[in-house]
Write a protein that binds this ligand. Structure first.
Ligand SMILES: [Mg+2]
Length: 331
């Protein structure tokens, strides 16, 4: 039997979206034309948007709850990269006729789960039919104290470079899924795929860096360390030198890299890490170590800012490593 088609828009709002808005008083229960967000004195609103298209950013057969959660987390990661505290999100869905109510229910369940995890709610949005592919768009809103947001510009010559968490897990998960690398251990495969499917936006780190005014510049890593650090360098008018042996790697990635040293290119150039990379005065080292302990999050010092342009990566012997791909590009 063919699955039931989607009910009408008002029914969809009542069934799936109004419950998601219950966590946001500003959403006015989706009963008005727009959300009303109380503006606090001396703050700035941080806004970021992202669109996902079926067949481009996810596969139609991917679990809908995971699509929803990754979509939300990727946007929250941009807020983290600016040091913002999240306020909520707006969401627009363009759905083709073949999307079922079961798909939408599981999609909404994924959103509900992560709303709880990150303490946010739906603020508004729109749902429409499309003759094309499923297209999902989220606009996440956050706030920072005016003038304190973490920016890509601000890095100074002599600053050190830090990165949170571990790098390369998601990029190697993708290569494992494509059959390009062989991870022998089942637990390691699970770990890598989890890192790919469910990135951890480093919101608390971003907020702490901003509150303590520790970082001179920073952003989240979505397109790969070399590409995103390159953006920071371009905006700051400086160059970066990264020491490959200092890169923070998970045990499964370490094992893979030992077997095939060429995978350093995937670790440096692959995307989807959603960690934060930031620069700070080397004198901030102890404060950053204390922050890492407080957040129970590894923060590794991986290199330094110098005069010039671009990002250089050096191995333990001091030889430069060429990174063949400067991050993932959609176009
Ligand atoms: Mg970003």
């Amino acid at each position: 039997m063919a699955e039931a088609k989607l009910p009408g828009e008002f029914e969809l709002i009542a069934r799936y979206f109004r419950p998601l808005a219950a966590a946001s008083p500003a959403a006015l229960a989706l009963g008005d034309d727009a959300a009303l967000i109380p503006a606090e004195a001396d703050t700035e609103i941080v806004a970021t948007a992202d669109a996902l298209v079926a067949g481009v950013h996810f596969l139609p057969e991917d679990p809908p709850d995971l699509i929803a959660r990754k979509m939300l987390r990727v946007n929250l990661s941009d807020l983290a990269g600016m040091g913002a505290r999240p306020l909520g999100y707006l969401m627009t869905l363009a759905l083709p006729g073949e999307v079922t109510e079961d798909w939408l229910r599981r999609f909404a369940e994924g959103l509900a789960q992560d709303q709880k995890e990150f303490g946010i709610g739906l603020l508004g949005g729109d749902t429409t039919r499309t003759p094309g592919r499923t297209t999902l768009s989220v606009t996440a809103l956050g706030q920072v104290r005016a003038g304190t947001a973490l920016r890509r510009k601000g890095a100074r010559i002599g600053d050190a470079i830090w990165v949170s968490g571990t790098l390369g897990d998601a990029a190697l998960a993708l290569r494992q899924l494509k059959g390009e690398v062989a991870v022998a251990d089942a637990a390691a495969v699970r770990f890598l795929i989890e890192r790919y499917r469910l990135p951890q936006p480093r919101l608390l780190l971003g907020q702490a860096l901003v509150e303590a005014r520790l970082a001179t510049a920073g952003l989240d890593i979505s397109d790969g360390l070399v590409a995103d650090l390159g953006h920071l360098c371009a905006q700051s008018g400086v160059a970066a030198l990264v020491e490959a042996q200092r890169l923070p790697l998970s045990a499964p990635v370490h094992t893979l890299l030992d077997l095939d040293p060429a995978l350093i290119g995937t670790i440096l150039g692959g995307g989807d890490d959603y960690e934060l990379v930031f620069t700070a005065d080397p004198a901030a080292s102890e404060a950053i170590d204390a922050l890492a302990r407080g957040l129970r999050l590894a923060i590794a010092r991986i290199g330094c800012i110098e005069a010039g342009t671009g990002v250089r990566v050096r191995d333990a012997a001091g030889c430069e490593i060429a990174v063949e791909r400067g991050g993932y590009r959609h176009f």
